[in-house]
Write a protein that binds this ligand. Structure first.
Ligand SMILES: CC(C)(COP(=O)(O)OP(=O)(O)OC[C@H]1O[C@@H](n2cnc3c(N)ncnc32)[C@H](O)[C@@H]1OP(=O)(O)O)[C@@H](O)C(=O)NCCC(=O)NCCS
Length: 173
């Protein structure tokens, strides 16, 4: 399968934050930002895989600064790494006060999307990723490290549970 460049699926979503997005403190709900991150990530993933995708995991979601009602939110999503049917998509969220022009980096997210068929089952395989800049290559390496850490943690937790199931906290009888 032909590799597809990161730049071919980079996606930008922009949305004005209105009063209905606010929490009682007057800032934009974290959940609103998370939903938009998911949507921006899905757009990039669909454009890379050219298939349906589902969100398998939100690996990280950081809130660096509050978003204000009236701000223009811009979400930049790009595929960081591709495995067999899954992809990590990085989303960078910028919040602009349109009156002053001040732009702040308010959020970052890493989301794992899986390409699926019409029955919701993972597809055979998706095109590999072609990194064209040193920054894209760095993001790919870092995504690979996050995946290795996640899989190592999963294996460790599975082993611990198996030991607990043996009784006696895993100690020999
Ligand atoms: C994501 C999903 C399709 C994976 O199905 P599955 O039967 O576990 O499939 P597999 O074991 O073959 O895994 C498929 C891929 O998903 C990845 N994956 C599965 N669960 C994952 C998780 N929790 N975190 C990260 N990746 C995951 C696997 O690593 C694998 O990636 P690879 O093919 O690139 O190696 C399935 O768990 C699902 O439908 N989940 C619900 C998704 C959903 O409803 N999301 C919210 C609405 S969009």
């Amino acid at each position: 399968m032909e590799p597809r460049a990161v730049s071919a699926s980079c996606s930008v979503l922009a949305q004005w934050m209105g009063p209905s997005d606010a929490n009682p403190a007057g800032f934009v709900h974290g959940g609103t930002v998370m939903k938009l991150c998911d949507e921006a990530a899905a757009a990039a993933a669909i454009r890379h895989a050219r298939s349906r995708v589902v969100t398998a995991a939100v690996d990280r979601m950081t809130f660096l600064a509050p978003v204000h009602v009236g701000d223009l939110l811009t979400l930049q999503a790009s595929v960081n790494a591709v495995w067999r049917t899954s992809m990590e998509v990085g989303v960078r969220v910028l919040s602009e006060d349109p009156r002053s022009g001040e732009v702040r980096h308010t959020n970052s997210a890493y989301i794992t999307m899986v390409a699926v068929d019409e029955h919701g089952r993972p597809v055979g395989a998706i095109p590999p990723l072609r990194c064209e800049t040193p920054e894209e290559s760095r993001r790919e390496r870092e995504a690979q490290l996050r995946r290795e850490n996640r899989l190592a943690e999963r294996d460790q937790l599975r082993d611990e549970r198996a030991n607990e199931d043996l009784g006696g906290g895993g100690r020999p009888a």
